[in-house]
Design a binder for this molecule. Structure first.
Ligand SMILES: [Zn+2]
Length: 89
């Protein structure tokens, strides 16, 4: 792979990573489980102990979530511009 091609490759990888870090589309406005608004502008898109996935608030995630990480759940935090960025692994 030439240096130029390698640069292009890594540049596109960075773009993909950046896209994957952001919540795509309309972010949920309330918790799927308790129907309450999210506390601290944070929600978790994750698996629950019931087996279903949902977007939940921190309180519900503490009670019904199975954890954070790949296959478990991702935590998102609201940015000043209104977008949500993934803050967990
Ligand atoms: Zn909740």
């Amino acid at each position: 792979m030439s240096i130029r091609l390698a640069d292009k490759f890594f540049a596109s990888q960075n773009t993909i990573n950046k896209v994957m870090m952001n919540w795509i589309g309309q972010a949920p406005s309330k918790c799927d489980l308790c129907d309450d608004k999210f506390h601290d502008d944070t929600f978790i898109d994750g698996k629950t102990t019931m087996g279903d996935w949902g977007c939940m608030c921190i309180t519900c995630h503490a009670a019904y979530g199975v954890g954070l990480g790949k296959g478990l759940g991702q935590k998102y935090h609201k940015q000043p511009d209104g977008s949500y960025v993934k803050v967990s692994v």
